[in-house]
Design a protein around this ligand. Structure first.
Ligand SMILES: [Zn+2]
Length: 214
């Protein structure tokens, strides 16, 4: 399996696997995008600093890394928004308005600090999006089967009984508060599916898969 993908409204969601290599490597990434007849110049990515910052991006960001943020929203049809991960959650959003899409990097810190709230409040208040109609994709990440966390993290999220953190469950519960129910979770775990994914926790790797909304 080279990638997982799903079409929706007029958008397409896609997550690579390690079979196609390290997406942070420009040559590898360009070769992959070329193989799908996608132009690498249209890709916009975030610096991903575990912040709660969400930026609105446009044609001026083509081919760029957007500074100091973990979330991006655009109304530019040509742009592909990309998130690099190796255990964190890539979360992609497709709005019924065919021009509007978003991509967010969600680790435990951003999740706790409010990146989900910032993203959807901006979509609702800044773009008048009917959140009851958006589609959300939750890509491969370290899942509750494998994600043991320390006391500090457990206390923040109030995890009961066991030491595992369920990022997707917390995300879905936050999304439901915004009235979002149309969620496609690929349900793949980056930690134990080592033939398919890079896992920072497993190998302290520098390689990353990439999730894109286009
Ligand atoms: Zn697992």
């Amino acid at each position: 399996m080279r990638f997982v993908s799903k079409e929706t409204f007029s958008h397409k969601y896609l997550t690579t696997t390690k079979i196609v290599g390290n997406m942070k490597d420009k040559l590898v990434r360009s070769a992959f995008l070329d193989s799908l007849k996608l132009d690498p110049i249209n890709l916009v990515v975030a610096t991903q600093v575990h912040s709660t910052n969400v930026r609105i991006v446009d044609a001026s960001n083509k081919g760029a890394v957007v500074d100091d943020c973990d979330g991006m929203i655009t109304t530019n049809k040509e742009l592909m928004l990309g998130i690099y991960t190796a255990d964190c959650v890539p979360l992609l959003v497709s709005a019924e308005n065919e021009e509007l899409k978003a991509a967010v990097h969600v680790g435990w810190r951003g999740l706790y600090d409010g990146i989900i709230e910032n993203t959807f409040e901006l979509l609702k208040d800044g773009f008048c999006v009917n959140l009851g109609k958006v589609k959300v994709f939750i890509g491969p990440h370290i899942r509750s089967c494998c994600y043991e966390v320390n006391r500090e993290v457990k206390d923040k999220f109030g995890t009961k009984l066991n030491d595992k953190l369920d990022l997707s469950e917390i995300i879905c519960s936050k999304l439901s508060k915004f009235g979002i129910t149309d969620i496609f979770d690929v349900k793949l775990c980056t930690f134990h599916m080592e033939d398919l994914f890079f896992s920072y926790r497993r190998t302290k790797c520098v390689e990353r898969i990439m999730s894109v909304i286009m």
